[in-house]
Design a protein around this ligand. Sequence first.
Ligand code: SAH
Ligand code: SF4
Ligand code: F3S
Length: 441
Amino acid sequence: MKLYVKTFGCQMNVHDSRRIEEIFRSAGYTMTVDPREADVALINSCTIREKAWHKAISETGRLRKLKRGRRDIIVGIVGCVAQQEGERIFDLIPGVDMVIAPDHYGQLVELVEEVKLREDTLVLTGFDRGRPEDFLTPGPGTSRREATAFVTIMKGCQERCAYCIVPTVRGPERHRPIEDVESEVRGLVASGVVEVTLLGQKVNAYQSGEVGFAELLRRLDSVEGLERLRFTSPHPRHMTPDVTSSFGRLRSLCESIHLPVQSGSSRILSRMGRRYNVEDYLLVVSKLREACPAIGISTDLIVGYPGETNEDFAETLALIDRVGFSGAFSFKYSPRPGTRAASLDDDVPQDEKVRRLDAVHERIENLERRWRGSMVGTKLEVLVTNEGRMPGQVSGRARNSQIVNFVPTDGSTIDDLVGRLVEVEVTAAHSHSLEGKPAIR
Ligand code: SAH
Ligand code: SF4
Ligand code: F3S
């Protein structure tokens, strides 16, 4: 039996898809990247913006065509669209057999069997109660030998930013017990993982009994063999001094943070329900830089939010320069059903949204170029994870998140180097990566 999974959306979805694969693998399935070979084909969908939704629909359309020739293939929509649309999906996208929301992945294999027996469609949505087993940790013998891993520490979000559909599709916040997080990290390290990224929609709001996020970081930092610790995505209003001061102090905590700001206008931030203003954000940035001058700060930005004037947008451009972001994901505002912002007048015209997005891209690209350029001639510690783009090259990330490609000079192959930390001298900066050569010690 073969499983095909196509994933859209954020790191939560990417991580969920890996877990889904593990669950099917332990039930005897093998994986395929060709849907024509699959017995079960799942679309792990995202609905954060309208465009993301459309991608899931068009992918399912492709599977539907496939189904005409292969009636036995089971097609499932999982992920955030499954929770958002539920039953309606069968009308919207004919040919789908099952619709399963994220909190039910633990039962996916059984659900596939059930749908086969029933010869009818099946829907399972709604949220679990956050029991430890609901965090979908890897089963015995299923974890792969890899250098990096994600670890979910919280699910859901109840921040309810006015534009955002995540609280609707991922449910209330549930925080994983500290003991479970620690034991998963120890298990991963024992299996060869050297870098862990903690995952959560508001990862730094983590709380387990008395243990808050800064204490969690401190405890994980003491895990022997864990060389690198990262987390995503933190919310600026939970960047308390104990968290900002962890940078530069905790050995494993990498010099890089993705800290979504969304807008450079305090008026728009308030309309977005972000619960901080530009000054608060800048204060967090200065605390981070004080604690760790080399830190790279990247962000998320939304342009064309309802009521965003030229002046508001100019403030966003000014903030970009003032912070000097090392990178950013920027988006045109997209109204999402059921959110508070959906009832506001989406009054920035499409062509103006495009213009603003282009302006943001241009600034960010300039900053990225400068940031990468400043690394030429320096030495960076690279965690090798895969082959590079050019023949003979290997590739990995530096602690500041930059991708670095280099050719090993001692005859080592990618198999020798995966999971190893190599000191690399940067020789050139390209548009999305750095190039270097192993440093002579
Ligand atoms: N939990 C994370 C973000 C999750 S969504 C956080 O709060 O930082 C990822 C990004 O998508 C957001 O940071 C935001 O920039 C963007 N986004 C979310 N809803 C959007 C919408 N309706 N329109 C455009 N962009 C949106
Ligand atoms: Fe959405 Fe805001 Fe929650 Fe992030 S913090 S997931 S933007 S509601
Ligand atoms: Fe998309 Fe769901 Fe993530 S809506 S951004 S996949 S939590």
